[in-house]
Design a protein around this ligand. Structure first.
Ligand code: GDG
Length: 723
């Protein structure tokens, strides 16, 4: 039976050591709850670091045994790996860049080397457990290289990846010395998920600019497969927080806090200690608020819970000092015997305490500078059983895209935060209820279970479509079959497209010169007198003849305008006029002027605008403009506008490859036909083929062709076998 394996840096439990004895403590995190429905079932598994340095082999065996009963498997890290891979590359290199704090990012070769090594270590553990048909779901920035490493070993495995932190814009991401390796690592997945559309957009932009793979509608086109990229905003375990808020323990906690605090209004702030959370700015805003609205003195307090985190990293130690100083300054400045403006806790609290705070707070002040999603704000909303309360939320966190009923602020704008605090603390109850109600409905629906289901279903969908593609994949059995048919045929006809079929694409059209291997292959293929090989291409006559004219080939050039049998001259099927070119060329010139790097290629009966070397994004933009520009002109002039791979081609509507191929078949009867092409212009060729012809699409997109091969290399291998 196939299984699902979850992989993350940390396991959803904490292994602790007290008085020399090992203990297991379940994690309360949302991810653990959400994925609990998966990893706890059957022989499913969660692989990760248990969060503790364990060196002794007997202890390692012990931990492995304990975890086995919980469907978990540990990856043990050495001290130096914790330092360089985890604290180093993950938290001092990736974390700051991904949260737009590039000035804090440290680029050290030793960190990188350890990151690669530990990802490999994870890969080995995964490989030990994974079997054909399994599904792998990898989590977060500590394991960006893992998808590709596993893919390398198990090419057919279904691999999903989810990034919990923001994916930065290209301008940030490109700063990383190992940017390409990281992207390629992620692209080992079948599905890459982010919290928001913006993260997804940024990722795709980096992929196209740095890794050189094109994309369309959330799909990266790799040479051998497709990678789906999508947004899956993570939800919380809504029921758990609503139930916790209703529990006697939380109610009792609230009552206890209330007695100590009196009837002040409470503003709540809960985060891990992290510079991405905007703690100093938040404190400054509260300070300014007390200055500007002195009537709130003694009437409002800020409860600030800061959970210790990464305290061995210098930047975090500095931040801790800054927060301590600010809290001290504000309390010293405004505090009275009977009133403390800020109640500051630097520790972690149990869920019922957290829930008591959520219940009691009038306002939640969630103002990160950057945050992938932020779950605290969602938990606050779910805990508001009476629907009274106000959420002030930073625009810079993923949750702001869903919770538009909150008061949204820019965390760099201290004045906006001051005004937001005033608005929140004076908001009429009906308005509070109306806002909370809308947000609760949405959070109830888009909860953690929904998130898990959406991701897994999408991954399953991709797997199914890959399978159906695999059934069209030209496998060895079919090739043997084809060879037998070929053997019986006295006359065989080949229609072979050139660019993207026999040769990979290159920067400029003139660089796609046939290499020695290809020339030899075509020579061998045509050596057999029974084979007639027609190169059917959009290329002009001159290029085709110049590159391949010395071989025993036939040609259909310019998408079917020109035909040439071996030993004869070029001929056309119809009398065509090229008069239209003057007018269209002047339109294209305009686009060349406006688009550096683009150029026009002129063929006898068509014009092509190339934008392969144009800045990413600009080429696509100009293509859309050009298309709408040509729309009107082309219909009145009976022209066809073809959008190809980084090109727009304009040609007479009277010609296409299908028409020419059809004519060829009539003129040269044969017993067996093979047609291979990659482009959508080749679809016309496929359609023109008789029922018993073998049609092959190069690439993994849908086609009327009967079979698929993935790349020009595979086409060559196939033809070589036929030779
Ligand atoms: C990543 C991304 C993304 C906090 N203090 C205590 C405590 N917590 C719990 C909260 C909440 C969780 O920790 C914090 O969740 P966040 O979403 O804010 O952040 P992370 O989990 O650090 O980080 C983030 C998330 O992944 C999910 O994809 O949202 O953007 O950075 O659940 O309640 N829980 C208890 N005591 C505490 O003192 N019990």
């Amino acid at each position: 039976m196939s299984k699902t394996i979850i992989v993350s840096n940390r396991l959803p439990v904490n292994v602790t050591k007290e008085n020399g004895k090992l203990h297991l403590k379940g994690s309360i995190g949302g991810l653990a709850t959400g994925l609990g429905s998966i990893y706890k079932q059957g022989n499913n598994l969660w692989i990760g670091w248990p969060g503790l340095l364990i060196n002794q082999s007997n202890e390692r065996i012990n931990v492995t045994e304990i975890l086995k009963d919980e469907n978990m498997h540990p990856v043990f890290l050495a001290q130096e790996e914790i330092k360089n891979y985890y604290e180093g590359f993950s938290n001092e290199t990736l974390w700051p860049i991904f949260h737009y704090f590039s000035q804090y990012s440290v680029y050290k070769e030793i960190y990188w080397e350890s990151y690669v090594k530990v990802n490999q270590k994870f890969c080995e553990e995964v490989i030990n457990f994974v079997e054909a048909g399994d599904t792998l779901w990898i989590h977060d920035y500590q394991l960006l290289l893992l998808p590709e490493m596993v893919r390398h070993k198990l090419p057919d495995l279904s691999i999903g990846f989810f990034l919990h932190i923001p994916f930065p814009s290209y301008e940030m991401f490109r700063l990383l010395p190992w940017r390409r390796e990281l992207l390629n690592g992620m692209l080992g997945s079948d599905l890459v998920g982010f919290h928001t559309y913006d993260d997804m957009r940024h990722f795709l932009s980096s992929v196209s600019r740095l890794a050189g793979f094109g994309y369309s509608t959330g799909q990266v086109n790799m040479p051998d497969r497709k990678v789906i990229v999508d947004a899956f905003p993570m939800g919380i375990d809504y029921k758990k927080y609503a139930e916790a808020a209703a529990s006697p323990q939380s109610i009792e906690r609230e009552a206890r806090y209330r007695t100590s605090l009196g009837d002040q209004q409470l503003v709540l702030s809960i985060d891990r200690l992290d510079y991405s959370k905007g703690l100093p700015q938040r404190l400054m805003a509260f300070e300014k608020f007390l200055h500007e609205y002195p009537e709130f003195k003694e009437k409002v307090s800020l409860v600030m819970l800061v959970v210790p985190s990464r305290d061995r990293v210098t930047k975090y130690q500095e931040l801790k000092e800054e927060v301590d100083l600010l809290v001290g300054r504000i309390n010293g400045q405004f505090g009275r015997i009977n009133w403390t403006p800020i109640h500051y806790f630097y520790r972690s609290l149990p869920l019922e305490a957290l829930s008591g705070f959520y219940r009691m707070a009038h306002v939640a002040l969630v103002t990160p500078m950057r945050d992938g999603m932020n779950l605290v704000c969602k938990e606050f909303i779910a805990s508001k059983l009476d629907k009274k309360g106000v959420l002030i939320l930073s625009e810079m966190c993923g949750a702001s895209k869903e919770l538009s009923e909150a008061i949204l602020i820019n965390p760099n704008d201290i004045n906006a935060m001051v005004q937001a605090l005033y608005k929140a603390l004076t908001m009429p109850e009906e308005e509070q209820i109306a806002h909370i109600e809308v947000m609760q409905k949405s959070l109830q629906r888009y909860n953690i279970h929904h998130w898990v289901n959406m991701f897994m279903e999408r991954l399953e969908e991709i797997k199914t479509s890959q399978k159906s593609l695999a059934t069209k994949y030209l496998d060895q059995k079919t090739i043997d079959n084809v060879s037998m048919k070929m053997e019986k045929a006295h006359k065989r006809l080949f229609f072979l497209d050139y660019d993207g079929t026999l040769i990979p694409f290159s920067d400029t059209p003139e660089k796609a010169i046939p290499d020695h291997e290809l020339l030899k292959l075509l020579e061998d293929l045509t050596d057999d007198q029974r084979n007639q090989v027609v190169i059917i291409s959009g290329r002009d006559r001159k290029s085709l003849e110049g590159w391949l004219g010395h071989l025993n080939l036939d040609f259909i050039g310019e998408h079917g305008v020109w035909l040439k049998e071996r030993g004869s001259n070029w001929r056309t099927l119809t009398r065509l006029s090229g008069k239209w070119k003057t007018e269209i060329r002047s339109v294209l010139e305009l686009y060349v002027d406006r688009t550096p790097g683009s150029f026009i290629e002129e063929k006898d009966y068509s014009l092509v605008w190339h934008h392969r070397k144009v800045e990413t994004g600009l080429g696509e933009l100009r293509t859309r403009e050009l298309n709408s520009h040509l729309n009107y002109l082309s219909s009145s002039m009976n022209l066809q506008v073809l959008e190809g791979d980084m090109v727009v081609e304009i040609k007479s509507a009277q010609v296409n490859k299908g028409r020419a191929a059809h004519q060829w078949i009539e003129d040269f009867p044969s017993d067996y036909i093979i047609a291979i092409g990659d482009d959508w212009t080749d679809e016309d060729t496929f359609k023109a083929m008789p029922e018993d012809a073998l049609t092959i699409k190069v690439g993994s997109t849908s086609s009327v062709a009967k079979y698929n091969l993935i790349s020009p290399e595979e086409v060559r291998q196939f033809l070589r076998q036929l030779c």
